[in-house]
Design a protein around this ligand. Structure first.
Ligand code: AFP
Length: 409
């Protein structure tokens, strides 16, 4: 009752403030009062917004859950029941990871994982030190996905080889790949991290999937997405018909659709790259970035801003939200490897999400999604984001290649 009275008096405050505002538009003091009371006034739960006395800034709460969204996708014939279940299971696992990440130091999950046997840090197949949360997130995703009957195999950044579904559970027709906790070197400093996943069809006739069955180009993905554990937890998803963002309602425990059909602007003035590697890049990448840095007085004729979180999920989320270009090119530090990022469970799912949002994804020389992988943990150079900016970067490689070919003739 007192809650209703309080809300009622807030509404009255708003109306009174409106009247004051009408009487004296010139008065800054009154304008301030109006803004203050308006910000506090929110409708009663269930109040019809048409009748609300404050028509401007109040928006209805999002009401489409991930479950409803997926059921509607299934009704529209865009996914089947197994794929719906798979995505729901991955989303549920991401909620559990989100809780573990959110506890931080209180959960005892920060810091490096120790190798089995107890001596020294645990290292994954890439030779990178594993964090406790890397290991935990991997276990959460494996455990959640093993028993549902929708998968034939699972591959992860944290496992040397893919894992078939245990014999005690039924097997399905899909293959799931994930980076359980991308950006994990940022965990201990409370910066956004995320989970990236990609879904492929298991080749016909295969029941116990092996690594070779996963080696399909990114164009074969039937779904891809990521969860970003930031100031809010979000799930961004594509099943090949647009890229959609869901925000976790922590009280209700559901992902709610908050952006249907994300769009990346074709033009941008923002780029994301680890500039400390400048001297290690090849000539075309150096030339492209130098042109951006030259700003108004350079060949691009405009100033560019730079952002680098160091968690691919967070950087790509910014690009999906407001545009930009993300680059992790080949560099001389590890000349034998084509890049730092992993093709199958980092670059490919992000490339699909970006393309589905109207952006582009490239290695600099070819469309990322068309690469035929030859190893599960294969690395790749990545340029993705606003279409016209990706094209600009590609142009530097094309020009360099044309010059080299001309010299060789
Ligand atoms: P970690 O998971 O080891 O933190 O690596 C994160 C990542 O794979 C990707 O998310 C970042 O974009 C990139 O590496 C950052 O790399 P640098 O530390 O070389 O900038």
């Amino acid at each position: 009752m007192s809650f209703i009275c309080q809300r009622h008096s807030q509404t009255e405050n708003t109306l009174a403030a409106d009247r004051l505002q009408e009487r004296s538009n010139a008065s800054n003091e009154f304008a301030f009062l109006r803004i203050r009371t308006r910000q506090r006034a929110v409708p009663f739960p269930g109040m019809k917004l048409d009748n609300a006395p404050f028509p401007t800034s109040v928006k209805p709460m999002p009401s489409i859950t991930l479950t409803r969204f997926l059921i509607e996708e299934q009704r529209a014939g865009r996914i089947n029941a197994d794929l719906r279940l798979l995505i729901e299971v991955v989303a549920r696992a991401c909620k559990v990871i989100s809780i573990a990440v959110g506890k931080g130091a209180l959960g005892g999950v920060l810091g490096d994982a120790t190798a089995s046997g107890g001596d020294g840090a645990s290292v994954n197949v890439q030779g990178e030190a594993q964090k406790k949360l890397d290991v935990l997130s991997n276990e959460i995703l494996l455990e959640a996905n093993a028993w549902g009957g929708h998968l034939a195999g699972i591959a992860s950044e944290e496992m040397d080889t893919s894992q078939p579904i245990p014999d005690i559970y039924p097997r399905g027709n899909y293959l799931l790949l994930f980076d359980p906790l991308d950006g994990s070197s940022n965990i201990d400093v409370n910066i956004s991290v995320g989970t990236i996943f990609s879904v492929l069809r298991c080749p016909e006739g295969v029941t116990r999937a092996q690594d070779a069955d996963f080696l399909q180009p990114g164009t074969a993905q039937v779904a891809a997405g990521y969860a970003v554990y930031g100031s809010s937890t979000m799930l961004v998803l594509t099943v090949g018909h647009g890229t959609h963002a869901f925000t976790l309602d922590r009280e209700v425990g559901s992902f709610m659709l908050t952006t249907r059909g994300m769009r990346i602007p074709e033009e941008t003035r923002e780029f994301a790259i680890n500039m400390s590697n400048h001297r290690h890049w090849d000539k075309p990448m150096q030339a492209y970035i130098d042109a951006l840095l030259a700003g108004k007085s350079g060949p691009r004729g405009r100033d560019f801003n730079m952002r680098w979180v160091g968690s691919m999920v967070a950087d790509v989320h910014r690009i999906l939200s407001r545009g930009g270009v993300f680059l992790y090119p080949w560099d001389r530090k590890e000349p034998g490897k084509p890049g730092k990022l992993r093709l199958m469970y980092e670059a490919n799912p992000m490339a699909l999400l970006v393309e589905q949002a109207g952006g582009a994804a490239s290695t600099g020389r070819e469309r990322l999604l068309e690469l035929q992988p030859d190893a599960l943990h294969q690395r790749v150079a990545v340029i993705l984001g606003s279409k016209n900016e990706v094209a600009q970067a590609e142009a530097y490689y094309r020009e360099a290649d044309t010059r080299t070919a001309a010299c060789e003739r």
